[in-house]
Write a protein that binds this ligand. Structure first.
Ligand code: PLP
Length: 436
């Protein structure tokens, strides 16, 4: 039996539970760029929560929209029933997404958006009479959430190794993180040829067995891997040539992270489906979505009118409160010009990051939009320990960063200004230079 204030009952996700519970980092309030702890300390948020609070914390318009909605229509069934805000938000998302992507399927998370997109890809080919296309292609070091489809197409070993056997018929492209690109600002020059590996997989398996390729335009959770110039363009050409669907997992790159609505806009490559979540509701209410092309959507709209076209959906697909949060979030981005603001600060952000090149243990720095990564030399025999210490020390020094492996990854709210960038830079310099 646990006491009410005992920390042991909550089995924390992706957390070193024993370390945390021995020395908890408890957040009790947030506002704008900052968290506040139970001891009243202010912590500058250099990670937008978990890459999701793009408009900053506790934004009044979003707070009010959620409060009003929960009092007016708390829940409405998503199956065979509708409520107006779900349609309004879908139209707004379709208008925001790259041209041609205009049908929205709601989920509750990025992981569910990925499962949904993969299932739609398989069902689409079946609907088109190509049921032999069952193979899914992901990429080494890819992160597509934690459900079975996502970890199968994903390529992070610790997320996969104890959960097998995974979804069958999955293969992987090589990742694009090559040594030639170290210290690059923005998109790296080398590595477009790595997309050619898709031709190798087509030659190996046969195009008629492949349903879809899923990649993150910028891989985040694996430690910020940037797409080499020409790489995504080439993937698009090869997928189109062979009738394979291309899915961009934009769970972290969506909603202004690269200074544009979606990475697809900034990088000039339009996939057949986009998965998104996180910044969709500014992290306030869980929500994800798949944004699909008319070609995909329309392939299902056949048969008798009274029959369900796609046997898929969640109790909480497009709940009123999530939709209200999403609409108020999109309003906030637009009214405050946050995507443009992020684009305008990209150089200052990059200057700060690359200015840390001379700090101890730093072996690479990379950036794009308001994303930055600082890779540290691992301690011999103790991978991840050095970066985790940097995370703990930065928190003590009043800045919340995130680490994955021995990589510090940052993605601040888009409302960041120069003084916050300076504070992050100065704190990291002190922290890095004091590390063992
Ligand atoms: N896909 C990508 C690219 C992500 O970065 C994430 C989460 O970080 C996910 C999927 C999973 O999202 P969620 O944690 O909301 O399930």
């Amino acid at each position: 039996m646990n006491a009410p204030n005992d920390l042991s009952a909550f089995w924390m996700p992706f957390t070193a539970n024993r370390q945390f519970k021995a020395a908890p980092r408890m957040l009790t309030r947030a506002e704008g760029m900052s968290y506040f702890t139970d001891t009243g300390r202010e912590i500058l948020d250099a990670t937008a929560g978990l890459w999701c609070v793009n408009a900053g914390h506790c934004r009044p318009k979003i707070v009010k929209a959620v409060q009003d909605q929960v009092a007016e229509l708390d829940y409405a069934p998503a199956f065979q029933m509708g409520h107006p805000k779900a349609f309004e938000l879908a139209s707004r998302l379709g208008a925001l997404a790259p041209q041609g992507l205009d049908h929205v399927f709601y989920t509750n998370s990025g992981s569910e958006a990925v499962e949904t997109a993969l299932k739609i890809a398989l069902a689409y080919h079946k609907a088109k009479g190509q049921g032999g296309r069952t193979r899914l292609i992901g990429r080494e070091r890819g992160y597509h959430g934690v459900n079975f489809g996502g970890i199968s197409v994903g390529g992070i070993v610790n997320n996969r190794r104890v959960f097998g056997p995974l979804v069958p018929g999955v293969d992987h492209l090589p990742h694009t993180h090559i040594p030639d690109n170290a210290w690059t600002r923005g998109q790296p020059e080398h590595g477009a040829h790595l997309a050619e590996d898709l031709e190798r997989l087509v030659a190996l398996h046969g195009a008629e067995t492949i349903a879809a390729v899923i990649v993150e335009p910028v891989a985040g959770s694996t430690g910020v891997l940037l797409p080499p110039k020409g790489y995504l363009e080439r993937l698009r050409e090869i997928t189109r040539k062979h009738g394979i669907l291309l899915i961009f997992d934009e769970v972290i790159t969506g909603f202004g992270r690269l200074g544009s609505a979606f990475a697809a806009d900034r990088l000039g490559v339009t996939p057949d489906m986009i998965t998104c979540a996180k910044g969709l509701t500014n992290g306030t209410i869980p929500m994800g979505a798949v944004i699909a092309s008319a070609e995909i959507h329309d392939a299902f709209m056949h048969g008798p009118d009274h029959l369900i076209e796609l046997f898929h959906g969640y109790t909480y697909s497009g709940t009123p409160v999530a939709c209200a949060a999403g609409l108020a979030t999109l309003d906030t981005y637009r009214e405050e010009g946050l995507f443009e603001h992020a684009a305008g600060l990209e150089d200052a952000w990059a200057d700060m990051l690359h200015g840390l090149r001379d700090c101890r243990h730093v072996i690479d720095i990379r950036n794009m939009g308001l994303i930055g990564a600082i890779e540290l030399q691992p301690i011999d025999g103790h991978p991840t320990k050095r970066a985790f210490q940097a995370f703990l020390d930065a928190f003590e020094a009043g800045v919340m960063i995130r680490t994955t492996g021995d990589i510090i990854a940052m993605s601040p709210p888009l409302i960041i200004d120069q003084s916050h960038i300076d504070q992050i830079g100065e704190t990291l310099r002190t922290v890095l230079n004091a590390l063992d």
